[in-house]
Write a protein that binds this ligand. Structure first.
Ligand code: CAO
Length: 564
């Protein structure tokens, strides 16, 4: 066993670079090519690989240090006579050359990957080496288009780029597309100019690419190399179908999924590998490392949270097979500002999406004649002032819904799809959607069927105020059988509310308006209240929904029947 220095290899032209992460500690056993530390320039982050297999005996750098080519960053005790010992069992023979590795070029996380070569192939990129190679990047398939003009060149000669970075932007009369880099490297020569017209297979630019040592790690993550005179991307895509992305042009239109903004992922090969093994889309993972670099922990936390959500019946991201919505870079259209979602907003968004994706919604509309109800309500104004309670239409709606739920109990259920059971509720608790400065909240009034109008008026006002003051307790937002969402104080003629699952129906109320109503011999001006009942069509059939709104309409049209 001999101790050897670990030196910073050729940095591909970069001068001094910063150490942003130490990936090993003294005493760690490593294998050849294991990442030892991560360095970052202003253009790229790179993991420095171990020159061979062995044990780290000393580390002479720390996070924040600046290093340059040739600097000693630590010492290691080589294991066995070569790194091709037990520790690297199964590795390629070519992977076990410590001396050569000591001078090896760092592996850019976005370096090209050795791919399954198409037969008519190219000067094959070496599977393992310590040098660089030159690649000519060709125009991938342009979605059937030809001679598409370049409107912008997004890189300059000398730039260090990463896989998927936009190289040029082309614009047809139908769409704007960015042509992404098939792999990372240094741009040595740009072979096109703005205004040039591009077709599939045209040469775009030349890249100097660091040879890959960990290609197995990133292979499936990265698009294949398109080099020199090799097969056209399409032919290659066939070869590799299902295994890797094709560097096809990415439109910024709704039908094509462009790279998401911020989708430029900062992570090393080991982390990418972990994410790939776990099936995690790295563009959705928030990095907690320096410069938002994604660390192993971030991947684990992300996967855990996704699993939890799935177990809770959530429909997460693209897990349900539904393609995620990719955003364009809005800043290209004008000034933008980003703001973190509040917790309430993100919880509401998740709940809405869950319901929207799980529940087959239908909405039934009905107008209720509340002329007499309003006359009665207004007549109670003085009484209300005495009691210190304002009587709004809401308590009447609550009472009418409680009666309708009792009459049509198929609305007072939840579905347990796992056990294939219908849960019948023998209580009538109703949620009321409250608009607050912090977002939508739904406090719940319990046993509505057992309460009087004044009691309901007082309780709903109190709960709405608590919601606005953020004083609701969790218990006050649980247990609803049904929800009322009233936009009547604001306006609108109808809307299609989303069922608050696991409830199976929700009543939307719009603004009452005077309308001419035919009484059999003439039109009468009547105050009509628009009702919109959305329901889960798995639990409730359309006829029952029409019955439910008819019952509501009848109850609100003659509130004496609420007493019956
Ligand atoms: N048609 C006409 N006027 C109506 C009405 C209707 N359907 N409903 C209420 N009004 C009137 C009230 O009578 C009151 O007028 P007056 O002061 O002249 O009596 C005024 O509108 C304001 O009422 P309100 O909103 O204070 O009281 P409310 O009991 O009707 O509603 C609450 C309470 C909490 C439901 C309501 O304040 C609220 O937050 N609504 C929004 C709910 C929401 O955001 N839903 C969306 C969910 S989906 O995103």
């Amino acid at each position: 066993m001999s101790e050897q220095e670990i030196k910073v290899p050729d940095l591909g032209g970069a001068e001094e670079v910063e150490v942003i992460e130490l990936l090993v500690s003294v005493g760690d056993s490593v294998e050849a090519e294991d990442p030892l530390l991560t360095i970052e320039t202003d253009k790229a982050s790179v993991e420095l690989p171990s020159p061979g297999a062995g044990k780290i005996t000393k580390l002479t750098v720390k996070v924040g240090d600046k290093v340059k080519e040739g600097d000693v960053i630590g010492m290691m005790e080589a294991s066995g006579e070569s790194s091709g010992s037990d520790e690297t069992e199964g590795a390629d023979a070519s992977e076990n050359e410590p001396e050569e590795k000591a001078e090896e070029k760092p592996q850019s996380k976005s370096s090209p990957k050795s791919q399954d070569e198409p037969e008519q192939s190219k000067p094959a990129p070496k599977k393992k080496s310590g040098g660089t190679r030159k690649e000519t990047v060709l125009v991938p398939p342009l979605d059937g288009m030809e001679n598409v003009p370049i409107i912008e060149i997004n890189v300059s000669e000398g730039d260090t780029i990463e896989a998927d970075d936009a190289l040029v932007t082309v614009e047809s009369d139908k769409a704007t597309m960015e042509i992404p880099a098939p792999y990372g490297g240094k741009v040595t020569k740009i072979l096109v100019a703005e205004g040039d017209k591009l077709s599939e297979g045209d040469k775009l630019l030349e890249l100097t690419v660091a040879e890959e040592g960990d290609e197995e790690d990133d292979k499936q993550d990265e698009p294949p190399a398109e080099s020199g005179e090799e097969a056209k991307p399409e032919a290659k895509a066939d070869d590799d179908k299902g295994k890797q992305k094709e560097p096809a042009a990415q439109e910024q239109s709704s039908t094509y999924e462009p790279p998401a903004p911020g989708a430029k992922v900062h992570a090393g090969p080991a982390v990418r590998k972990l994410a790939r093994e776990m099936g995690a889309d790295m563009t959705h993972i928030k990095g907690s490392g320096p410069k938002s670099r994604i660390l192993k922990d971030d991947v684990q936390v992300y996967v855990k949270s996704q699993l939890q959500q799935t177990q809770q019946g959530g429909s997460v991201g693209t897990g349900s097979g539904i393609p995620g919505v990719k955003l364009p870079d809005f800043s290209q259209f004008g000034d933008i500002e980003r703001e973190a979602m509040s917790r309430m907003m993100s919880v509401t968004a998740t709940n809405m999406q869950r319901s929207w994706l799980n529940v087959p919604h239908v909405t039934q509309f009905e107008d209720a004649d509340i002329t007499d109800m309003e006359a009665f309500r207004k007549s109670q104004k003085a009484a209300g002032e005495k009691k210190g309670v304002k009587m709004t239409p809401l308590p009447f709606l609550l009472k009418a819904c409680a009666t309708a739920l009792a009459e049509l109990p198929q609305f007072n259920v939840s579905l347990d799809m796992e056990r294939k059971e219908v849960v019948h509720k023998r209580y009538i608790h109703i949620g009321i959607a409250v608009d607050t400065p912090n977002g939508l909240m739904v406090p719940v009034i319990r046993d509505v069927d057992q309460k009087g109008l004044w009691e309901l008026a007082a309780e709903s006002a109190e709960l709405a105020q608590k919601a606005r003051d953020k004083k609701l307790k969790p218990a006050e937002m649980q247990g609803a059988c049904f929800t009322i969402t009233s936009l009547g104080g604001i306006g609108g003629t109808a809307f299609t509310p989303i069922v608050n699952t696991p409830e199976v129906a929700i009543l939307g109320v719009s603004k009452a308006a005077m309308k001419p109503v035919w009484d059999g011999s003439e039109f009468q001006p009547r105050l009509m209240l628009p009702l919109s009942l959305s329901y889960d069509h798995r639990a409730v059939n359309g006829a029952d929904a029409a019955r439910f709104t008819a019952v509501l309409s009848q109850l609100l049209g003659d509130i004496r029947s609420l007493l019956l």
